[in-house]
Design a protein around this ligand. Structure first.
Ligand code: AMP
Length: 220
């Protein structure tokens, strides 16, 4: 099964994609995490994408498509995966279709997590993430029990360098300009399913699993 998670930065895409991948036993392929790992390791790819990420701009399609294509060839993606943060342009969506159809498969559903812009700004500006397990926290809405320490794994919490107010505004602008057409792309293919992301985390996750329906969930 191949699933795509769509939504603006801060919509809860990463959290929901992680939950769905656990529930369905599928690999979680998060383009932003793959890019951040490359930056942290100081690889050639990391050095070439850092400036785009720091500005809140999209990494060029060619580089991103290559990254995902390599990741898809890894053994854990053989029976499918959950895409998080990819595709973000219609060019990427077309390339993804080519990648999966060349394996005799198809994208099953695109889950769109819909959240108001006001709520997105609020969520992103107070966001903290665990360095070890990627669990998200929020200064006001869901603070950790101990300052800067993850409740789940004791990992250190950090704020993403692109979560500053200025970069957040730029990322949202880029999202609305470049990623909204991806919604139309999947809508035209009859694969788009929108869920209300303003609800609580568990409710959103239950709605997503309901949307997949027993047939998709059983194919696990
Ligand atoms: P994210 O963690 O998904 O918010 O991604 C963080 C940053 O990585 C984005 O602001 C982009 O600079 C880059 N990035 C992640 N995924 C993509 C993608 N599919 N296309 C282009 N750039 C991406």
């Amino acid at each position: 099964m191949f699933l795509v998670f769509l939504g603006a930065p801060g919509a809860g895409k990463g959290t929901q994609a992680a939950i769905a991948s656990r529930k369905l036993g599928l690999a979680h392929v998060a383009s932003g995490d793959l890019f951040r790992q490359a930056v942290d390791k100081g690889t050639r790819l990391g050095k070439s994408v850092k400036a785009y990420m720091d500005k809140g701009a999209l990494v060029p399609d060619e580089v991103t498509i290559q990254l995902i294509s390599e990741r898809l060839n890894e053994p854990d993606c053989r029976s499918g995966c959950v895409f998080d943060g990819f595709p973000r342009t219609t060019e990427q969506a077309r390339a993804l279709d080519r990648m999966v159809t060349s394996r005799g498969e198809a994208i099953d559903k695109a889950i769109y997590i819909e959240v108001t812009e006001k709520e997105l700004l609020k969520r992103l500006s107070g966001r903290w993430i665990c360095r070890k397990c990627q669990a998200p926290y929020h200064e006001v809405a869901s603070p950790p029990k101990a300052r800067n320490i993850c409740d789940k794994c004791d990992g250190e919490l950090y704020q993403r360098s692109d979560d500053t107010e200025e970069t957040v505004r730029e990322r949202l602008k880029v999202y609305f300009a470049q990623t909204t057409p991806v919604l139309d792309y999947y809508q035209a293919e009859g694969k788009l399913f929108a869920v209300d992301g303003n609800l609580g985390m568990e409710e959103v996750s239950d709605n997503i699993i309901d949307a997949l329906g027993p047939k998709l969930v059983k194919t696990k």
